[in-house]
Design a protein around this ligand. Structure first.
Ligand SMILES: Cc1ncc(COP(=O)(O)O)c(C=O)c1O
Length: 410
């Protein structure tokens, strides 16, 4: 039996297997493609599992900080050994309650998306007698790259519209309890094309420099975002960016001549690149049926287990692996009572029968917590963390199937 079959036999399916060696390899690969000094935030939305987080914040070489968007993610970051001061808190709808909790637990840096967002941070910082650092997330009017998931240059809940900042800045400067430490830009995600990624970073760096000058706003900190790519649910490796380091150095030398001395301190962010390749989903075949000439392979993992974010309305290009040759084309579906629970309609697979186990690769990012975990009340998948042949931990996110009035705080 292969290693994966052994694990599936021991822990059942659906089963996520994460390999810490792969997490550390990804962290090293990404840091090697970035200049120095440069900080790197791991975006917990990709996978908040504390063992994976611990591998990103410790060990040999350059270490990650944590980008969080909720108090739940903060709890996971702290459980993994990050300090509150290692975290950048982002998101356009921060509430007073979560700001109070985050600041009480030591978070001091917040990415902000509007005047009211900055005011909210200032209100809670003042209440707690501290000063919080805010980064102004900027939605530049211009964009560069043509590929990837675009998140700027259009109307958005994220970021200040760059053209309005000159008008809004006087108000921001009057907010008590905060220091405007710099800017945060996150124009796009998941770009395998190096030229497009470099072009976007060049645009971001030039845009931030021009805006800082126009606003007369010295930057202590500049987070230029991410966009680093890896396949999702299909075979393949992390994208490689051999020119990125040099191109970033050139752009930074041009626009921020003191960046090598840490003015501003540079940072970027990544979720999927750091963690995607570490994860493999093992799913069991529960049934195979033919309907009007089409063959359906029904798995015990559906969009409640993987790909929930993309499960409604669009199909994932999932490919499954087993040790056998692919012989047929099938619809690969999950166990849920909705036709939306479909991974793919023309997926090439070996001859599969109930009881077989298939592997879906590159699912370390945007797996369980990005899925419809609660939908139809099925248990969460088991998650096994390994380092080579050693099993580090076995866990399962617990969600109650019963409603409890006591859990509701009034
Ligand atoms: C602000 C921010 N940072 C980081 C990420 C992580 O993106 P990725 O997993 O593609 O690296 C995202 C994803 O949407 C994001 O919005």
């Amino acid at each position: 039996m292969s290693r994966y079959e052994d694990l599936a036999a021991e822990f059942g399916t659906p089963l996520y297997v994460y390999d810490l060696d792969e997490v550390e390899a990804a962290r090293k690969q990404l840091f090697d493609q970035l200049p120095e000094p440069f900080e790197l935030f791991y975006a917990l939305k990709a996978n908040p599992h504390p063992d994976l987080l611990a591998a990103l914040r410790s060990g040999e070489g350059r270490k990650c900080r944590a980008e969080i968007s909720s108090t739940g993610e903060l709890a996971n970051a702290l459980a993994a050994g990050f300090a509150g001061s290692d975290c950048l808190y982002t998101g356009p709808g921060k509430t007073f309650g979560e700001l109070r909790e985050a600041m009480s637990l030591g978070v001091r840096m917040f990415s902000t998306d509007s005047v009211t967002d900055v005011q909210h941070v200032g209100t809670i910082a003042t209440e707690l007698g501290i000063t919080a650092e805010v980064l102004l997330r900027v939605n530049l009017a211009t964009a560069s790259a043509g590929s990837g998931i675009r998140m700027t240059g259009t109307p958005s809940q994220f970021g200040f519209d760059a053209e309005l900042l000159p008008e809004e800045l006087p108000q921001l400067r009057r907010v008590d309890g905060v220091t405007i430490a710099g800017m945060h830009l996150f124009p796009l995600s998941n770009t395998a094309d190096e030229e497009a990624l470099v072009g976007e970073f060049q645009n971001t760096i030039a845009g931030a420099a021009a805006l800082a000058e126009q606003l007369d706003l010295p930057l202590r900190y500049l987070d230029i975002g991410g966009g680093f790519s890896i396949p999702y649910g299909i075979p393949g490796g992390r994208a490689s960016y051999p020119k990125l380091r040099h191109e970033l150095e050139v752009a930074l030398d041009t626009h921020f001549p003191e960046w090598r001395q840490g003015t501003p301190q540079l940072a970027c962010e990544s979720g999927r690149y750091l963690i995607g390749a570490s994860g493999t989903l093992l799913a069991g075949v529960t049934n195979v049926k033919v309907s009007r000439g089409s063959r359906f392979v029904i798995l015990d993992a559906g969009i409640n287990t993987f790909g929930g974010m993309s499960g409604l309305g669009r199909l994932l290009p999932v490919q499954v692996g087993t040790d056998a040759e692919t012989t047929q084309t099938v619809s690969l579906v999950g166990p849920l009572c909705t036709p939306g629970d479909t991974f793919g309609r023309a997926v090439k697979v070996p001859d599969l029968a109930p009881g077989d186990v298939v592997r879906i690769p590159n699912v370390g990012a945007y797996g369980p917590t990005a899925s419809l975990l609660m939908f139809l009340g099925r248990p969460s998948p088991t998650e096994v963390v390994v380092r080579g042949d050693e099993i580090v931990s076995v866990s399962r996110l617990d969600h109650s199937r019963v409603y409890s009035n006591q859990a509701v705080a009034r």
